[in-house]
Design a protein around this ligand. Structure first.
Ligand code: 5RP
Length: 225
């Protein structure tokens, strides 16, 4: 059911893409359906260029003949399409379940518009049930872990195949199980003030449009300006 919802949401992105756009390409299993759709559109003649947010998306984009640019080569990105782990009624979200939060935030914050594709389970009343990813330089991993633990943030070092997870930048990730986040803005600043923290997965005031896969259909929700 939930994969069907991801596919429905991802495929709907075609409504928002126009010839000549520079797109930001996100990362993840829902975004997978969006990039497949974009690839299909490119095959049918759509002219776009794109900036990718991860090595896995680089590979997918190349396999679909989507022309890629470096983030350094663009002034602004017209539209970034990405997934999310949680989205609240204020259009704030948690991202980074797939480990690409740093590049995703760089690209999102360089974009005129951001669109997220999610399945219905991602829509929440309050952020925080999903563990918040925090990207940390390896040197400071243990130090940051202890600071988070002392603050009661229930940190866990992300592992993959028995090793510490490494991001595309060679950093580690700590997932913090916070429970309901009362003040996400305050928390974002607090986390980024800890030396060694590179970025965190709070995406506040970033997204403009959310496409939610719901059962056999989709709902498109737009942030009122
Ligand atoms: C990767 C992300 C993903 O967009 C997020 O984790 C959602 O992934 P999925 O669509 O696979 O559930 O932020 O860093």
């Amino acid at each position: 059911m939930s994969d069907k919802e991801k596919e429905l949401a991802g495929s709907k992105v075609s409504d928002f893409i126009e010839d000549g756009m520079i797109l930001g390409l996100g990362t993840g299993s829902t975004f997978y359906y969006a990039i497949k759709k974009i690839g299909e559109m490119v095959k049918n003649g759509l002219k776009i260029e794109a900036v990718s947010t991860s090595s896995s998306t680089d590979t997918l984009a190349q396999s679909l003949n989507i022309p890629l640019l470096s983030i350094d080569d663009v002034e602004t990105i017209d539209l970034t399409i990405d997934g999310a782990d949680e989205v609240d009624p204020n259009f704030n979200g948690i991202k980074g379940g797939g480990g690409a939060l740093l590049f995703e935030k760089v690209v999102a914050k360089s974009s005129k518009k951001n669109l997220w594709v999610v399945n219905s389970a991602k829509m929440v009343d309050k952020l925080g049930a999903f563990p918040l990813p925090i990207e940390v330089v390896p040197y400071a991993l243990g130090n940051v872990f202890k600071k988070l633990e002392a603050r009661g943030y229930n940190p866990r070092i992300r592992m993959r195949d028995g090793e510490k997870y490494l991001t595309d930048s060679g950093n580690n990730i700590i997932d913090a199980s916070l429970g309901a986040i009362e003040d996400a803005y305050k928390l974002e600043v607090e986390l980024n003030m800890i030396p060694g923290v590179v970025e965190n997965g709070l995406f506040l005031d970033v997204v403009d449009i959310v496409i939610v896969g719901k059962g056999n259909g989709v709902e498109v929700i737009k942030k009122s300006s």
